[in-house]
Design a protein around this ligand. Structure first.
Ligand code: UDX
Ligand code: UDX
Length: 464
């Protein structure tokens, strides 16, 4: 079967870039990305392509090439479902904030709503592809809804987890380590559906990089990959604290360890803590699934990755307070970077949010600069924590659009995101403009230690 029309529900960090690349590489397929958020769709359609709602290097160019040719953004969800041969579900699946599994399980209400909507609208056979990260066996739930409430049409459900990392989404999509497609490979119809999706990726991905499995293996592989990646970060972060206590340098340890080809050098960078929409959520999900099968040791093992990450964020913030003579009350602290990593405007679970919250509890005055994150987002992130009223958050935190202004007359600067532009700052001028002693807390090991100390900074870097 050849796909002519693709619909993707959810125009977010995953749906947007993934569909833009599919549209660019498959000009004969019409790709329509739909979302219930009108503002977001309007931004994707903005005549100035630099105003699309997601910042990713290289994405604007791809959108510009494909948009209105075979890539469309719309709020007409029913219309797009009706036309499509293949529907990607790419809506968010946040951690539940209520009821059973609160704080752990994935909230599948959006997924279920999508399934019901597809079932209601569809009048011909469709392939439904799970793109959202989901607990294992969600495909089965999707199938039950589709088969039992549908108009008697045939649905094939595939799992096709996304492995792109934000900030490098376009290169990850264009040259993926692997594309994983899970389907009902024991049946003819299932095999055909899998092959249909293989053919789409086959436009630009070599066959040896396309892996097909059964649906559950595919679903579990995504959670496992994220858990392993996050575990590496927590492992090196655990060592960073030991390095600080013993005088070893975590970068040297990391390099030595990473040169073992069995371990490899990636994801061994000590930091103030991992953030992002996936790591914490996926591990919590894994923990919840393990617990629900009574596998308590498995659950505890993975939960420790999160606990260590929470500890690392708290430890960084506590260290700021301790170093500033045990009080930050009324002191100005500049935070450089708010995004959870460089080259993205995404702030979900960013370490900066938790560090800021800790310091605000100690009555610090915080000034934030981030090259891509809006003031509105920063306040929304703090309001979401619910520690204090949104009026108080607005009173205690100032957002500026110039890093030098952020740092001027501050007691301390904390580097929260490894934006390249922070390397280019006039650090001498910044040092001069600060209150003395001028403290610098490098949560990303971004800056050259010796240079900063030569300028006069009292420097703290994670893991020495
Ligand atoms: C994705 C995946 O879906 C998530 O499971 C994975 O773990 C991370 O990546 P992401 O693209 O980052 O999520 O989420 P987000 O940027 O929030 O985009 C989801 C979009 O879906 C939002 O724009 C939201 O408005 C839309 N949506 C949600 C719908 O259109 N319909 C709904 O019913 C719910
Ligand atoms: C991750 C996975 O990498 C991706 O495959 C999956 O699809 C979604 O989740 P993402 O969250 O976008 O991607 O970014 P990633 O590059 O994995 O970084 C996650 C966090 O870990 C960031 O806060 C980053 O700064 C931190 N990190 C990463 C470290 O602290 N040290 C490292 O060595 C690597």
């Amino acid at each position: 079967m050849k796909v002519k029309n693709i619909c993707c529900i959810g125009a977010g960090y995953v749906g947007g870039p993934t569909m833009a690349v599919i549209a660019q590489r498959c000009p004969e397929i019409t790709v329509t990305v739909v979302d219930i958020n009108e503002k977001r769709i309007a931004a994707w359609n903005d005549t100035d392509v630099n105003n699309i709602p997601i910042y990713e290097p290289g994405l604007a160019e791809i959108v510009e090439e494909a948009r209105d040719r075979n890539l469309f953004f719309s709020t007409d969800v029913d219309g797009a479902i009706d036309k499509a041969d293949m529907i990607f579900i790419s809506v968010n699946t946040p951690t539940k904030t209520y009821g059973i599994g609160k704080g752990m399980a994935a909230d599948l209400k959006y997924i279920e709503l999508c399934a019901r909507q597809i079932a209601r609208v569809a009048t011909n056979d469709k392939i439904v592809v799970e793109k959202s990260t989901l607990p294992v066996r969600t495909a089965q739930a999707l199938k039950n809804i589709l088969d039992n409430t549908g108009n008697g049409v045939n649905f094939q459900i595939l799992s096709n987890p996304e492995f792109l990392a934000e900030g490098t989404a376009v290169t990850d999509l264009l040259a993926p380590d692997r594309v994983l497609i899970g389907g009902d490979i024991d049946t003819e119809k299932g095999k055909k559906a899998v092959q249909t999706l293989v053919d789409i990726y086959g436009h630009w991905v070599k066959p040896e990089h396309i892996l097909t499995t059964n649906v559950w293996s595919s679903e579990l592989s995504k959670l496992t990959a994220n858990a392993f990646l996050a575990q590496r970060v927590s492992s090196i972060n655990a060592m960073s604290e030991l390095c600080e206590a013993t005088g070893a340098d975590v970068n040297e340890v990391s390099k030595a360890v990473g040169m073992d080809t069995r371990i490899g050098p990636k994801f061994l960078q000590a930091s103030v803590g991992f953030g992002g929409s996936c790591f914490q959520k996926d591990i919590l999900n894994l923990v919840y699934i393990a617990k629900s099968f009574g596998l308590n040791q498995v659950a505890d093992y993975w939960e420790q990755v999160i606990l260590l990450n929470d500890h690392q964020k708290r430890r960084f913030a506590a260290n700021i307070v301790k170093t500033l003579f045990n009080t930050v009350s009324g002191k100005k602290i500049a935070m450089l970077g708010w995004a959870f990593k460089k080259d993205t405007n995404d702030t979900r679970e960013a370490a900066s949010i938790y560090v800021a919250d800790y310091l605000l509890n100690e009555q610090a005055e915080i000034v934030v600069y981030d090259p891509k994150v809006t003031e509105e987002q920063i306040y929304a992130d703090l309001d979401y924590l619910g520690t204090r009223s949104s009026e108080e958050n607005r009173k205690l935190i100032t957002v500026v659009n110039d890093p030098e202004v952020a740092c001027s007359e501050s007691h301390a600067v904390a580097v929260m995101t490894e934006w390249d532009e922070f390397l280019e700052l006039n650090w001498e001028k910044i040092y001069e403009s600060m209150l003395k002693p001028a403290f610098l807390f490098d949560g990303r090991r971004l800056l050259n230690k010796k240079d900063m100390e030569d300028l006069g900074f009292k420097l703290y870097t994670i893991g020495n």
